[in-house]
Each structure stands twice: as structure tokens, then as C-alpha cells.
Design a protein around this ligand. Structure first.
Ligand code: NDP
Length: 238
């Protein structure tokens, strides 16, 4: 349960982040769902906030705004992410840089302003979002794989750094496989069928199935879990 917790979700307006917002609200959290484009929510206690994770000052403003109101942030889900796929031979620098700037630096930008605050306030839970691609690679996704592998390294560093003074700030990575969201709409149908066939469960995942795991990691039920990568991929790689 997340009763009374203040949660910030980057990328909270779509796909996995949106499912997290609804799930955390159901569990009693007050949720800030953040992204560049506004979205309405059908329930109370979820507020949209503008955020561009590539802009550190945008992250700083968001955090200040929430702290002015509540004085603390208990949960951060650093979910905002994009793809710009292409074979390396054809991938221009812009496609590489944009994905790194959003997924990797964007995660850094928001954690930089919330992790230290969690230390000051006496605890908190950060969940970053990796990918099966960050662990095992994928054709046409060198930029994305690099960003997601980097997120694992940063998150393990933060699990050590933010808890170094004995304050229980936990940092974990949720690493999804192929989940049916807008992001995978660009993937050709036959490839999605192949990916589904590679899982033990013979299907792709739903955003709610990732949101449930993230909500668990955010909760006090996960109080002894930190520095881990939890795979949510239907047994895609065993
Ligand atoms: P969606 O495309 O559905 O959602 C992405 C979200 O990120 C949107 O809310 C988008 O809103 C937001 N976002 C993108 N760029 C920025 C930015 N610069 N600043 C703030 N918000 C931004 O994707 P998914 O739900 O599928 O993906 C969510 C996360 O899960 C990503 O990190 C993705 O890499 C990861 N993932 C997804 C998998 C999948 O199969 N779907 C598999 C493995 C990992 P807006 O554009 O309005 O800013």
C-alpha cells in the first residue's frame, strides 16, 4: 500500500507511466504525473505537471513546486523514455544523442533533484525503468540499449550513494520486456509475434503488469530491496 505517499512519475501520461499513476492512486498515493504533453486523469489525487526531463531546470522547478506544497517526495518513478531506432550504419548522431539525452541524462536530471531530498527527509523509493534491451541488446537499438544499460549502472550507484549515511533511500530498476504501449506501436507486427514467442508465457505484457511491480517496489513491502534489477518480461531470457 502507498497510503499518504507523495509520488512523482515522469512519463506518467502514457503507457507504463500512466498505468503506474492509476495503480499508485488506487493504493492511496497522491500522484504527480509528469510529461511534456498534458493528459486528463479520470480520478482524483492525480495531477498532471509539465516536465521535460532533458531540461534540468524543468526538473528543478517541478521538484520545488511539489516540495513547496507537500514538503517531501516519497516515491519517484523515472519512466520517461523514447526510442529512435536504426541500424548503426544508418544512425545519425542526432538519433543517438536524443535518446541518450532523454533516457539516460533525463533520468539523471530528475534523480539529481529528488534523491538527495529523500536523504534529507529520511527515506524514499526510486524506481528507474530499464529494458530487456539494456540487458541483452537488440538489432537497431544501439542508442536505446546504451541508455538502458546506463540506467542500470546509475541506479546501482545511487542505491549506494543515497544510502551511504544510513538513510533508507532505496533505488531499484524495473526492466520490462515488450509491453503493449504506444512505444511498441512502431514495431512491425511480425516482430512482436516473434518477441511474444520468445517468452515463456507466449504473449506480450500489459502496462498494468509492470505498474504492479513498480508499485510494490515503491511500497514499504519492498523495504529490504535495493540496488536490484527486477525483470518483468514473461521469462523472455532465461
Ligand atoms: P510511451 O511512449 O507510452 O510513454 C512515454 C512517456 O514518456 C510519455 O508520457 C511521454 O510524454 C514521456 N516523455 C517522453 N519524452 C519526455 C521528456 N523529454 N520529458 C518528459 N517526459 C517525456 O512509452 P512506454 O510506456 O512504453 O515506456 C515507458 C518507459 O518504459 C520508457 O522508459 C521505455 O523505454 C520503457 N520500456 C518500455 C517497453 C515497452 O515495451 N513498451 C519495454 C521496456 C522498457 P510526452 O511525450 O508528452 O513528454
Amino acid at each position: 500500500m502507498l497510503k499518504g505517499k507523495i509520488a512523482v512519475i515522469t512519463g506518467g501520461t502514457s503507457g507504463i507511466g500512466y498505468a503506474c499513476a492509476l495503480r499508485m492512486q488506487q493504493e492511496g498515493a497522491y500522484v504527480y504525473a509528469c510529461a511534456r504533453h498534458e493528459r486528463e486523469f479520470p480520478v482524483e489525487n492525480i495531477e498532471y505537471r509539465f516536465l521535460d526531463v532533458t531540461d534540468e531546470s524543468s526538473c528543478q522547478r517541478l521538484v520545488k513546486d511539489i516540495l513547496d506544497k507537500h514538503g517531501r517526495i516519497d516515491v519517484l518513478v523515472a519512466d520517461a523514455g523514447i526510442t529512435k531506432d536504426g541500424l548503426t550504419v544508418k544512425m545519425d548522431g542526432e538519433a543517438f544523442d536524443t535518446v541518450i539525452r532523454t533516457n539516460l541524462k533525463g533520468t539523471f536530471n530528475i534523480v539529481k533533484h529528488i534523491g538527495p531530498q529523500m536523504e534529507i527527509q529520511g527515506g524514499g523509493s526510486i524506481i528507474t525503468v530499464g529494458s530487456v534491451v539494456g540487458q541483452f541488446g537488440n538489432i537497431g537499438q544501439a542508442n536505446y540499449a546504451a541508455s538502458k544499460a546506463g540506467i542500470i549502472g546509475m541506479s546501482k550507484s545511487w542505491a549506494k550513494e543515497f544510502a551511504r549515511k544510513g538513510v533508507p533511500v532505496r533505488v531499484n530498476v524495473a526492466a520490462p520486456g515488450y509491453i503493449l504501449t504506444d512505444m511498441v506501436k512502431t514495431v512491425p507486427e511480425h516482430l512482436l509475434e516473434t518477441f511474444a514467442g520468445q517468452t515463456m508465457l507466449k504473449r506480450l505484457g500489459q502496462p498494468e503488469e509492470v505498474a504492479g511491480v513498480i508499485a510494490f517496489l515503491a511500497s514499504d513491502d519492498a523495504s529490504y530491496i535495493t540496488g536490484t534489477v527486477i525483470e518483468v518480461n514473461g521469462g523472455m531470457r532465461l
